[in-house]
Design a protein around this ligand. Structure first.
Ligand code: ATP
Ligand code: MG
Length: 318
C-alpha cells in the first residue's frame, strides 16, 4: 500500500538557517507515527509544511495523492492539526470555539452538539464550557486545542506536543483518545519531546536533529539496536572526573559510558549481571562512594541519547 504521507527532500530555510534539511519520510496509513527531536530540530516546521501553512523551500510532500506545493487545498482536506501553540480566540469560550470548528468541518448541527459535548466531557472541560478561555491555564488551553482534532476526526491527525503542560490524569486521557482516534481509522502524527509518550503510543518513531532524519523504526527495534543491550545507572556521592569515565570504558563488555549529570553515569554494556561486581569494585578502588546503582532495559531516552549525542537535559535546554 502506498504511504499516506511521503516527504521527498522536504526542505525549509529561514534565511541562512536550514530548519528542515532534505527530509525523506514515509508514513503508513493507520499508524501512530512519533516524531522526535531536540528543541529546534525542525518538527513543527515539517508539520506546518504538511498542513500547507508554510511552503517548502525545496522538495515537497505528498498527503495522500496530493502534492502540497501543487494542490495545497486538496491536501488540506485530509489533514487536521492540534497546534503546539494554540491560537484560539482568547475572548471566546470552549463551547463557541469548538462548535465553530465543528461547523467549519461540515458536521450537522445534531452531530456537532453531540461531538462537542463528548469532547468537552472527556477532556474535563464541561464545567468550564461557557467560561472565557482568556482566564484558562496553559494546560486547559491545550485541552481545547486537542478537542478540535477529536471533533474533526480527520483522515490524518497531527498532534504537536499534545500533552505539554497537561497533568498526569489528563495525559492518560489524551493518550487513550489518540489511540481511539487511530482505531476509528485516522493516521496519527505525534510530535513530542516526551519520549515515554512516544514509546507507549507510537508504532514507529523518527528522530530528527538539525532538520535531518537520524533514524526511523519501531521503538522496540530502536531500543534493540543500541549497542550494549543493558543499561546501568550509577549515582555517586561526588562529581565524576572525566578520567574515571575513560577508565570505566576500558572495562571489558562496557560499550559506552555517558555522564547524564556530574554525579550520575549511564553505562551501556552487555551481560550486565556479570560486569556489575566489577563496576562496584572499580568505584571502591578509585575512592568514589556509590549512592545508588540501578539496572534497566534501554528506554527510548537511551535511543535518543545514542542517536543525537545529546542527553535529554541538554536537548531540552537548547
Ligand atoms: N518563522 C520562523 N522564522 C525563523 N526561524 C524559524 C521560524 N520557525 C522556526 N524557525 C527556526 O527553525 C528551527 C526549527 O524550529 P521548529 O519549531 O520546527 O523546531 P521543533 O523541532 O518543533 O522544536 P520544539 O521541540 O522546540 O517544538 C528553529 O531553529 C527555529 O528557531
Ligand atoms: Mg515544535
Amino acid at each position: 500500500m502506498a504511504p499516506i504521507i511521503r516527504t521527498v527532500n522536504l526542505t525549509k530555510k529561514f534565511g541562512s538557517l536550514v530548519a528542515v534539511d532534505h527530509l525523506n519520510l514515509e508514513i503508513e496509513e493507520g499508524e501512530i507515527f512519533g516524531f522526535l527531536g531536540p528543541n529546534g530540530a525542525g518538527k513543527t516546521t515539517t508539520l506546518l509544511m504538511l498542513i500547507t501553512v508554510i511552503k517548502p523551500t525545496e522538495g515537497t510532500a505528498y498527503v495522500g495523492p496530493y502534492d502540497v506545493t501543487r494542490e495545497p487545498d486538496k491536501a488540506r482536506t485530509l489533514i487536521g492539526m492540534a497546534f503546539q501553540e494554540p491560537k484560539l480566540l482568547w475572548v471566546s469560550t470552549p463551547w463557541d470555539v469548538l462548535d465553530w470548528h465543528a461547523k467549519v468541518c461540515g458536521l450537522s448541527s445534531e452531530e456537532r452538539r453531540k461531538r462537542v459535548r463528548w469532547a468537552l466531557e472527556e477532556l474535563g472541560l464541561w464545567n468550564e464550557r461557557h467560561k472565557s478561555i482568556h482566564g484558562f491555564s496553559g494546560g486547559m488551553r491545550k485541552r481545547v486545542e486537542i478537542a478540535k482534532i477529536l471533533i474533526q476526526r480527520p483522515k490524518i491527525a497531527i498532534v504537536d506536543e499534545p500533552t505539554a503542560q497537561i497533568d498526569i490524569v489528563g495525559k492518560h486521557r489524551i493518550w487513550n483518545m489518540i489511540r481511539a482516534l487511530r482505531d476509528e481509522g485516522s493516521t496519527i502524527i505525534l510530535a513530542t519531546n516526551e519520549l515515554y509518550e512516544a514509546d507507549v503510543l507510537s508504532d514507529r518513531v523518527a528522530i530528527i536533529h538539525k532538520g535531518k532524519l537520524l533514524v526511523c523504526d519501531a521503538p522496540k527495534k530502536l531500543k534493540d539496536s543500541i549497542l550494549g543491550g543493558d543499561v546501568i545507572e550509577v549515582v555517586l556521592e561526588k562529581e565524576v572526573p572525566s578520567k574515571i569515565v575513560e577508565e570505566l570504558k576500558a572495562i571489558n563488555r562496557i560499550v559506552d559510558v555517558l555522564a547524564v549529570k556530574p554525579n550520575c553515569l549511564k553505562i551501556y554494556l552487555n551481560q550486565a549481571e556479570e560486569v556489575l561486581p566489577r563496576i562496584t569494585e572499580f568505584f571502591m578502588k578509585v575512592h568514589m562512594p556509590v549512592k545508588s546503582i540501578q539496572m534497566s532495559e534501554p528506554s527510548l531516552d537511551d535511543v535518543f541519547v545514542h542517536y543525537t549525542g545529546l542527553t535529554i537535559e541538554e536537548a531540552q535546554k537548547r
